[in-house]
Ligand binder design. Structure first.
Ligand SMILES: [Ca+2]
Ligand SMILES: [Ca+2]
Ligand SMILES: [Ca+2]
Ligand SMILES: [Ca+2]
Length: 310
């Protein structure tokens, strides 16, 4: 090794050393291991959620917004605990599996289209701390899209909504002249969410730099304004494009079953499902608007999924 090379070599070793020691220092906070999920729920959150429901009452205002307040007169006020329902939701991340008690207030079921696990839903969302801190600005019910199969609302992962949203229907809307719409008759519910079913150890920014802190249960209100039941517009509903029926439309791809082409879209986003260059909605010889009931060669596979039949 000549001197010049040696110098470069030593420089690289040292700069590498300094870089790695610097990185280590910067990364240190994230090296704190996350808390034990089961302990966090049973020791820090389960009782406090129950206590919150026992000691708070609520109102629903003219805009169907949920507000909670301290229960001061049990003779005239309704305690939340007396009106909520509860479902048990498994923790799918912890090694030692356990169940969360997920309490929710059913306000309205919705009136129009049913929601399936394969759809995308336009929701309004409000998120509060149990101390009434709003994490999304109050009265700002701007609609956000979420997939039911991978529900993330305003940056907050809420996977339990996968099984929850299909209990509700969408609403109706009217155009109000300035290009915006007003929603009514939608599904509406409030969930009292343990942090393990939401942000857990992450602090999440949701609205104008408001931070949802880690390890705190949340009050989440959801309104199901609108549902898109046919995302690729091919006249086959998203839920019917879930061919293996596992509730997830992202893993069904007729013209690329072995996932060889990353650019090939799964059926729920693919307007030509069998890749025969005739659009699915046009593989409808009986012309009834439903491509699923046309099987020209009688082989049990509808034309829109049958590459050799149009
Ligand atoms: Ca599927
Ligand atoms: Ca399709
Ligand atoms: Ca047809
Ligand atoms: Ca075909």
């Amino acid at each position: 090794m000549n001197n010049k090379l040696k110098y470069v070599y030593i420089f690289l070793i040292f700069s590498g050393f300094f870089l790695s020691s610097k990185c280590k220092k910067d990364d240190e906070p994230s090296l704190t291991p996350p808390r034990d999920r089961k302990e966090q729920y049973f020791e820090n959150e389960k009782d406090s959620i129950l206590h919150f429901l026992q000691t708070h009452t609520y109102t629903i205002d003219a805009e169907n917004n949920f507000r909670f307040d301290t229960l001061t007169d049990p003779a005239t006020q309704t305690a939340l605990i007396d009106v909520v329902d509860m479902v048990q939701i498994p923790d799918t991340i912890a090694e030692d599996e356990f169940m969360y008690d997920l309490y929710y207030l059913h306000i309205a079921s919705g009136t129009t289209d049913s929601i399936t696990t394969c759809d995308r839903v336009l929701v309004g969302a409000q998120v509060y701390g149990f101390d009434n801190t709003p994490y999304i600005i109050k009265d700002k019910w701007y609609p956000v899209w979420t997939s039911v199969f991978k529900p993330i609302v305003a940056g907050l992962p809420l996977h339990f909504l996968h099984d929850f949203l299909p209990q509700f229907k969408a609403g109706t809307y009217t155009e109000v002249g300035d290009g915006s719409v007003e929603f009514s008759d939608y599904g509406n519910f409030v969930v009292f969410v343990p942090s393990g079913l939401a942000q857990f150890n992450r602090a999440i920014t949701v609205d104008q730099n408001r931070y949802i802190p880690s390890y705190t249960p949340l009050v989440v209100q959801i309104k199901t304004f609108y549902v898109n039941t046919d995302l690729d517009g091919d006249h086959v509903p998203n839920v019917v494009e879930d061919l293996n029926g596992d509730g997830d439309p992202t893993n069904d791809n007729t013209d690329d079953p072995d996932h060889k082409d990353p650019a090939n879209l799964p059926n729920y986003l693919d307007p030509d499902d069998d890749g025969d260059h005739l659009r699915t909605k046009d593989e409808d010889p009986n012309g009834n608007g439903d491509p699923t009931d046309d099987d020209t060669d009688g082989d049990g596979i509808p034309n829109y999924l049958d590459k050799d039949t149009h």
